[in-house]
Design a protein around this ligand. Sequence first.
Ligand code: MV4
Length: 495
Amino acid sequence: MRKILVANRGEIALRVMRSAREMGIKTVAVFSEADRNAPFVRYADEAVCIGPPPSNKSYLNGDKIIEVCKQLQVDGIHPGYGFLSENADFARKVKAAGIIFIGPSAEAMDMMGDKLSAKAAAKKFNVPMVPGSEGAIANLEEAIRVAKATGFPLLIKASAGGGGKGMRMVEKIEEVEEQMQLAMSEALSAFGDDAVFIEKFVSGPRHIEIQLLADNHGNTVYLFERECSIQRRHQKVIEEAPSSVLTPELRKKMGECAVNVAKACAYSGAGTVEFLLDDKMNFYFLEMNTRLQVEHPVTEMITGLDLVKEQIKIARNEVLSFKQEDLKINGHSLEIRVYAEDPANNFLPDIGRLQTYAIPKGTGVRVDDGFEEGMDIPIYYDPMIAKLITHGKDRNEAISRMLRAIHEYKITGVETTLAFCTYVLQHPAFVSGKFDTNFIKHHYQPEVLLIENEQEAEIAALFSAYLSQQKKTAAASSSSETSVKKSKWKENRLN
Ligand code: MV4
């Protein structure tokens, strides 16, 4: 493989190109008109504008991207995450054009993209499932029968959904009919597929995911877990590796189950198996993500591996150069996602110009970003500015290093989630490691702060003072130009 096209933008495009460069592979960037001045465009050996800013006219235009590959004699496409990364039809077209798709087969993507077929495949390999329906619910009669057998509360999930999309909670038998109809019609309009299934609701679970690598020669290894329970409306806020609650035995058991999920779909490349872990340490298969994930750096930090290089080597048909027993966890890593969002304003995107942009440095700190000082954050895409990653000898060192790094991070011109992350990282429940997916719901509610004890009250008070101070500083230092930008963006959002 001599030349790779990165079908993505921002930090992940840059991230992929860096590994390609280290491997002596040339890179091609494709970019929208909104990203003309982005660092990833300059970093690439060649760059081609593929269309106007909206994703469906640029980063989602698979045919155009394949055309560029043919013109520039590209050998492989790395899709990054989001956009076309889990699009099986795109993977098929890439292959048909004689280009290597750096990722799993279209067949594996199809099988795992559909939650029902994913569960059916995993079940054959004895992977534990949440109790519920065997397959799709055919009619109301079946829904009522399964609901009674499962117990309440339960969830109705769309088979074509995932990541929290198309999920409905049902608390009692009288609600089953209405919720089934709503779930099915929503699934049909959102995904073009009305297949739904029932699962018992696991209350207060942790979200634990296992990173996998599988080569084309039958070797599959697990690169341990990431703990991703700190989420807000299905958007991850803080990720870490390893989880502070897994014992070596449970880690091995979950890792081996994840490997079995990969075997069930003849997986190749980097992939992630998501599990729920309940308060009694039972784990259940949720879904498999057939892409490199946003939070992959924490796994890189604790394993010393470069996941993008491994993806490329697998795509070149190389045999994995290590075995499961060669892998060891070294220290602890945390990642926070720095978003241009305003925590004081219900986390609404706060798009504008990065007037000051200075990143933290020093031991154990990594910043994966795609912006520079003076750049505008485009309104068309995810408002993530950067991922800030720390590594330490243990969890406490990774946390204090993260707090230090956030302290050094200087961003003005847009509101960010940095201060919010400081709040979470200092929270006793986070520090103790005893938290679940309800952390943010329980511990952060701007208007109606649910204060459970004095210590929490103090932190909440400090945080709101900090936020209002930040707002004043930002207002004082931002020019009229920025305010114009912001109001312009808000107009756009409302339209
Ligand atoms: C669940 C669940 C409880 N019980 N399934 C949300 C995203 C999607 N991947 C699955 N999700 C959930 N499925 C059962 N049977 C709770 C969630 C859930 C969740 C899962 C992981 C991380 C954060 C979450 C936040 C809310 C709900």
